[in-house]
Design a protein around this ligand. Structure first.
Ligand code: UD1
Ligand code: UDP
Length: 367
């Protein structure tokens, strides 16, 4: 029986680790599972814990309003010391590229406990984009013993950094497991707001630190211009709780227009429904680049780089950065040019088949 500590703290980590928690718990003869949330996010994490019905054994509750990277990092490291000392697990699992993932991995390293990294090997090669996530991933590449790479490209990235091939497993991305679970359960549900579902809709999200300031200003101005130009299209924006995002969105985007909907963050069950309903997605999110192709929805990525080149190669995503004209032109093209739209609206998803968590569990059971 292996004792495994699973650590996560933000919305996307909760969504992507939920299938791993469930799969390890299902194999109760093989694993004792301890779940620790850092609470790096509070409301947005709790929303997801409730969707997936996960009750953490530990909650470090570290979120402070407007926290900076020092606050988050130090509080995770100290909080994890106590949990690791008490539980003495055989293995720790972390996910992706957040402060939670890297500082939980570092805390485990300080106690010489091996760490498995779920969603390993994503790289842009630019340590400032996305920031600080690219560095977090690279650090995890060194701190962790086991690397669960979602794609072959991610495996190749790790090999280039001299990670031992025997320590890498290509699993697919667990976000597809989560998506399949929601779709199969029939639990996806339309959020409660008054929109005519027959109208076309652009779904928008954004939160990247490197877009704070001018980037967000340009994004918001583009949305105003598009809402004015395309009165027959709805623009739906569930706003991330980070005040550096909420402030410009609420100040600049004209939410009084009848075709603009500024919403609170949606639960995963609602967001999946919105992805199914929408015409296209305008986002700087990482996870959404992986999910959207499952529904054949084009994604315009408001970033200069992506660590998910598979989506660009598959033709389901395009980088548009944060330049106002570029965003407006790219959205306008997809809304007016049927050939461009259909070229991007592929249903083939390069990120996984919905069985990633099983592969991770199988590997851990036998390592
Ligand atoms: C974090 C991650 C980022 C990930 C993103 C997913 C780091 C450095 N950043 O960015 O990699 O892509 O989450 O969304 O790990 N807030 C709330 N309630 C919540 C969540 C956030 O009020 O439920 C507000 C708080 O004021 C908090 C702020 O948002 O201080 C920023 O949260 P933080 O986790 O530091 O950064 P994110 O921008 O959310
Ligand atoms: N998401 C959600 N509700 C929302 C917006 C996003 O459930 O209102 C989901 C989305 O489907 C994806 C994840 O949250 O799985 C992405 O989170 P985020 O963009 O915050 O982080 P990133 O993926 O960029 O790290």
């Amino acid at each position: 029986m292996k004792k495994v500590l699973i650590v996560f703290g933000t919305r996307p980590e909760a969504i992507k680790m939920a299938p791993v928690v469930k799969e390890l718990q299902r194999r109760s003869e093989q694993f004792e599972v301890i779940v620790c949330v850092t609470g790096q996010h509070r409301e947005m994490l709790d929303q997801m814990l409730s969707v997936f019905d996960i009750t953490p054994d530990y909650d470090l509750d570290i979120m402070q309003p407007g926290q900076d990277l020092y606050d988050v990092s130090a509080r995770i490291l100290l909080g994890m010391r106590d949990v690791l000392t008490k539980e003495k697990t055989d293995l720790v699992l972390v996910h992706g590229d957040t402060s939670t993932s890297t500082f939980a991995a570092l805390a485990a390293f300080y106690q010489q406990i091996p760490v498995g990294h779920v969603e390993a090997g994503l790289r842009t090669g630019n340590i400032y984009s996305p920031w600080p996530e690219e560095m977090n991933r690279q650090l995890n590449g060194r701190l962790c013993t086991w690397h669960f790479a979602p794609t072959e490209t991610a495996r190749q990235n790790l090999l280039k950094e001299h990670v031992d091939d025997k320590h890498i497993v290509v699993t697919g991305n667990t976000v597809i497991d989560a998506l399949h679970w929601v779709v199969a359960s029939g639990k996806a549900v339309a959020p409660q707001f008054n929109r005519d579902e027959k109208r076309r809709m652009v779904l928008i999200t954004g939160h990247r630190r490197e877009n704070f300031g001018d980037g967000m200003k340009h994004i918001c101005q583009s949305i105003n211009a598009l809402a004015e130009q395309f009165k027959d299209v709805d623009f739906v924006y569930p706003i991330h709780l980070n005040p550096n995002i909420r402030r410009p969105v609420q100040e600049i985007i004209d939410g009084s227009r009848s075709n603009v909907y500024l919403l609170e963050p949606l639960s995963y069950l609602e967001f999946v429904d919105m992805m199914q309903q929408c015409t296209l997605i305008l986002t700087d999110s990482g996870g959404i680049q992986e999910e959207a192709p499952a529904f054949g929805k084009p994604v315009l990525v408001m970033r200069d780089t992506t660590e998910r080149p598979e989506a660009i190669e598959a033709g389901t995503a395009r980088l548009v950065g944060t330049d106002k004209e570029t965003i407006i032109n790219a959205v306008a093209e997809l809304l007016t040019d049927a050939a461009s739209y259909h070229a991007m609206a592929h249903a083939a998803n390069p990120f996984g088949d919905g069985h990633a968590a099983e592969r991770i569990a199988e590997f851990i059971a036998n390592d």
